[in-house]
Design a protein around this ligand. Structure first.
Ligand code: OOG
Ligand code: MG
Length: 256
C-alpha cells in the first residue's frame, strides 16, 4: 500500500489548526523517514498557502535530556513560520494548543545563506546574532507520544516560540548557564553545553539536514538550536521566563 502523503499532511495541519489530537500515524501506517519529511513539507505548504511566511527551522533532540524524555535518539528538524512567533513578554492563549510544553533554547539569526556540509567556523560566520529563546512544543498526537517518523511528519512538534534580545555571536556560546523560572520560582537549570556540547554544532547539523531535503537556510532565517533540558507542561496562569547567561531573558504568560 502506498502512503497518501497529502492526506496525512492535511490530517496533521488540521489537528494543529484545531488543537485536537490525532492517533499516531505509525499505529496504522509505516512511513520512511523521507516520506515523513514530505508529509511535514506538505503540511507547511498548507500554512504558506494561508499566508504564513517561512522564517527558518528548528532542531530537535540535540540534547540527551530531550532524547531521554521522548525516547527518540535521532536529530530531527522542523519548519518555522512567522505565525509561530509570539511576542516576547506577551501573553499566549492556552486554547491554541493540545497539550503544550515549553523548553529553553537559543536561537541563531543568519546573515548569509547556509546549507550542506559546513565547519563550525563557517556556520558561525553566517550568524548575525544569537538570542535566548523559549520553544513551546505541542505534539498533535494523543498523549504526546510518537515514533521518529510520527514526530517528523508533525513538524517536530513545532508550535510557538519567543525570542529575547539579539546579541553579538562573537563570544563563547558553549557553556552559558540557563535558568527557567515559573511564576518567579526556579523551575530548572541547564547549560548551552547540553545542546550537542555547543549550540553551534546544532547549526552545523541544521545546514546538513536542510541540504538533504534540497533546501537552504536563508539570510534572515532563524534556527532554534533545540531544548537544553527536558520540556515541562504549560498551564493557564503560568509566567515562564528563561535567562541565559550573558544573552538575556525571554518570557511569556499563559492565559485562558
Ligand atoms: C519533539 C521536538 C523536540 C527539541 O528541542 O529537542 C525539540 C518533541 O519533543 O515533541 O523541539
Ligand atoms: Mg525544541
Amino acid at each position: 500500500m502506498t502512503v497518501d502523503i497529502l492526506r496525512l499532511a492535511t490530517l496533521l495541519d488540521d489537528a494543529a489548526r484545531n488543537a485536537t489530537a490525532v492517533a499516531q500515524i505509525s499505529a496504522t501506517e509505516t512511513l520512511t523517514l523521507e516520506e515523513a519529511y514530505e508529509v511535514q513539507r506538505q503540511s507547511i505548504e498548507r500554512r504558506l498557502a494561508r499566508g504564513e511566511r517561512r522564517i527558518g527551522m528548528k532542531m530537535g533532540f540535540t540534547s540527551r535530556a530531550k532524547m531521554e524524555q521522548m525516547g527518540v535518539n535521532d536529530l530531527i528538524w522542523g519548519r518555522l513560520t512567522h505565525a509561530m512567533i509570539a511576542e516576547d513578554g506577551g501573553t499566549i492563549s492556552r486554547k491554541r494548543f493540545v497539550h503544550p510544553r515549553v523548553e529553553p533554547e537559543v536561537a541563531f539569526l543568519l546573515r548569509k545563506p547556509l546549507s550542506g556540509i559546513v565547519t563550525a567556523v563557517q556556520a558561525m560566520d553566517a550568524v548575525e546574532a544569537v538570542a535566548p529563546a523559549l520553544e513551546i512544543i505541542d505534539s498533535r498526537y494523543q498523549n504526546f507520544r510518537f515514533s521518529l517518523t510520527d514526530v517528523v511528519a508533525d513538524n517536530s512538534s513545532s508550535s510557538a516560540l519567543t525570542i529575547g534580545p539579539w546579541n553579538s555571536p562573537h563570544q563563547p556560546l558553549d557553556n552559558l548557564g540557563m535558568t527557567v523560572m515559573v511564576n518567579g520560582r526556579a523551575q530548572s537549570f541547564g547549560s548551552t553545553a547540553a545542546i550537542l556540547g555547543d549550540p553551534v554544532r546544532s547549526l552545523v547539523a541544521a545546514a546538513r539536514l536542510v541540504a538533504m531535503s534540497g533546501e537552504v537556510l536563508e539570510a534572515g532565517h532563524i534556527v532554534m538550536a533545540g531544548g537544553a533540558t527536558a520540556a515541562f507542561e504549560l498551564h493557564v496562569g503560568m509566567h515562564v521566563q528563561l535567562e541565559v547567561e550573558r544573552l538575556g531573558r525571554t518570557s511569556f504568560m499563559v492565559a485562558e
